[in-house]
Every structure is written in C-alpha cells, then in structure tokens.
Design a protein around this ligand. Structure first.
Ligand SMILES: [Zn+2]
Length: 54
C-alpha cells in the first residue's frame, strides 16, 4: 500500500456529511472504486478515510 496525494469523489457531495471522506491510499477499496473520471485531487474539505489508515 502506498500513500498518494489526497483525492476524493465528486459524488462525495451527495452523501450525508458524516459519510464524506477523502482518500490518500492507492490500495483503499473505497478509493479504488472511484472511477478516474469522478476523482478530484485534494481533500475537498472532507475527513480522512479510516480505511486509508489500514
Ligand atoms: Zn480510503
């Protein structure tokens, strides 16, 4: 697993606030499910994804 620059999904905005997260791990399952076309770099102001810490 590798740390990458923070990224998030454009669809994060549609989720409840407490579910909105950004990712910074290229092996994170939720992060990998984000299609390239829906990824944005940065944190989006969202919390850090818990799974990215594993
Ligand atoms: Zn993640």
């Amino acid at each position: 697993m590798a740390k990458v620059s923070p990224y998030y999904s454009v669809n994060e905005a549609k989720k409840p606030t407490d579910k909105q997260v950004h990712h910074d791990n290229d092996q994170c399952r939720a992060g990998r499910d984000i299609p390239q076309s829906e990824r944005r770099s940065g944190t989006g102001g969202y919390r850090h994804c818990k799974d990215c810490d594993n």
